[in-house]
Design a protein around this ligand. Sequence first.
Ligand SMILES: C[S@@+](CC[C@H](N)C(=O)[O-])C[C@H]1O[C@@H](n2cnc3c(N)ncnc32)[C@H](O)[C@@H]1O
Length: 264
Amino acid sequence: MAGVDSPALDANVLIGHVLGITPEQVVLRSDAELDHEDLRAIDVAAQRRERREPVAYITGTKAFRRLEISVNRDVLIPRPETELLVEVGLALWDASPGAWAVDVGTGSGAIALALADERPGRWVVGTDCSPAALQVAAGNAQRLQLADRVNLCLADGASGLNLRGVVVLANLPYIPAPALGTLQPEISQWEPSVAVVAGSDGLAVIRKVIAQVGRGQARAVAFEIGLGQAEPVAALLRQAGFPRTAVHADLADQPRVVTGTRVS
Ligand SMILES: C[S@@+](CC[C@H](N)C(=O)[O-])C[C@H]1O[C@@H](n2cnc3c(N)ncnc32)[C@H](O)[C@@H]1O
């Protein structure tokens, strides 16, 4: 399939999506007879994938932590590495009983919803600058029955929120604009650029939000970061009033999350 990384797996996921079965069941039923309608639907899905449309946009869903998140082209597809941000964020949140958590740049709502799902009885705010993304997040919150504990609001970063004492998590765009062309077409041609690119060094939005959370006296913060950004982001956090910083590596051993904590 048109230069995609994992054609066999993608084919099984797409066939399974059409037939309403898992990719593993597709393998077990490889000699099953399909009717015309199924064959046509599989052909349409394969043609979309050949144009390098991400599998998750074709199926409309992506697994994240314990949840199935609905996605469309208005939102970034939640990534496995972002599960580390949730894990690190939960530890910070558990150390702040009673505090709200804020997910800045919530997109599909994946982080905010995972936090609310994994800590029943606690409250989360999700912000985004994209009204279309917030609509997707709101749909997910309703379907997952978490809307009563996840407030969604349109904002530039965390502007307008009372941040005093809260825990802030953020997976904001962090790809430098000049690097966009080097990314897989699935990202550069299909995902919203506002969710991916942030100025010439990739730090334009993170820098703005660190200034906001510093001024707002957030208690602890965790940012997902890209290549070469751990040190600059840790330095920005220290300057903004979070003297204790730490860097967490993902499963591929890449620095992926930087945390900052205020000393009280
Ligand atoms: C990398 S995506 C992450 C989406 C989601 N949090 C996740 O992890 O899957 C970044 C999100 O930040 C939003 N965003 C970009 N700039 C922003 C800003 N200045 N204020 C608020 N949200 C912003 C984008 O619309 C997008 O939804």
